[in-house]
Design a protein around this ligand. Sequence first.
Ligand code: XMP
Length: 315
Amino acid sequence: MFDPQEFVQEKIEELKTKITGKAIIACSGGVDSTVAAVLVDRAIGDRLLTVYVDTGLMRKGETEDVRRMFDNLNVHYRLVDAKDEFFAALKGQIDPEAKRKVIGEKFIRVFEREAKAFGADHLVQGTIAPDWIESGDGVRDTIKSHHNVGGLPKDMTLKLVEPLWDLYKDEVRAVARFLGVEVSERQPFPGPALAIRVIGEANPESVGVVREACAIVEEELEAASAKGSMVRPWQYFAVLLPVQSVGVQGDRRAYGRTIAIRSVESVDAMTASFSKIPYDVLERISLRLTNEMKANVNRVVYDVTHKPPATIEWE
Ligand code: XMP
């Protein structure tokens, strides 16, 4: 039986001896990176710099929420605006693996810059077991290059520290609760962020569309769960498809885009089943997407695929 208190005590001791100089961590505000940041912060204090990179790929309101959370957790942090750099690197990239690699590489370059300025020689990452198992451990084939594993450049100069390496998601949440991290019950969000929820090129426009769609899906499923109409799904979001279809708006022919709703139940992300969302909740989401995003969206579909054979994200 996993004991979060024991894990935290042992890890802090281990980190104290392992990190002799200064360290930097990329913290997106998700459960994994935040727990990793707080653990290392408890071990080495201000010798850790927590960096939040605004990649332009984050969810609606996320940057402000993260800033508030860091203030509350009292960690030593810096917010870096790297939106233009990320979009420049993603221009023309449509292959899912290429997008992941570009983002992973950009991340590391931004961090190397920050690390140099701070004088850090260690890079802390919130990698957890499913990330490396699915990125190919020599036994399984590579399914996806999770950016904090497969996308690391070979010439990286920082020493890697990955305190959550052996943990599964439910164990990370237990540690988060133990540490009093307020994001402990938040749904997972992938490293490459909204870029892998746009099928095709991720640019400010397409990311803007999927950001709005994700916000609507989140709001409606959370409202329905709070009302007791359903249990809050494990992970839920929108995907912008590169498919246009014919519709009508008023008495006019429309040719608009398609949003797929993805919502799954899982324990550790290794397998998942699609959520049995009540039809009236799906209807509300569909109505909001097509009313509030009239200019962009005229068709909404629901993904009814389990993992396997599909993965949770579409890329
Ligand atoms: P898939 O799509 O592989 O996702 O079934 C499993 C879980 O991992 C999340 N995910 C990622 N997390 N870096 C991460 O830290 C990544 O590159 C990444 N890709 C997917 C996904 O959202 C799901 O919870």
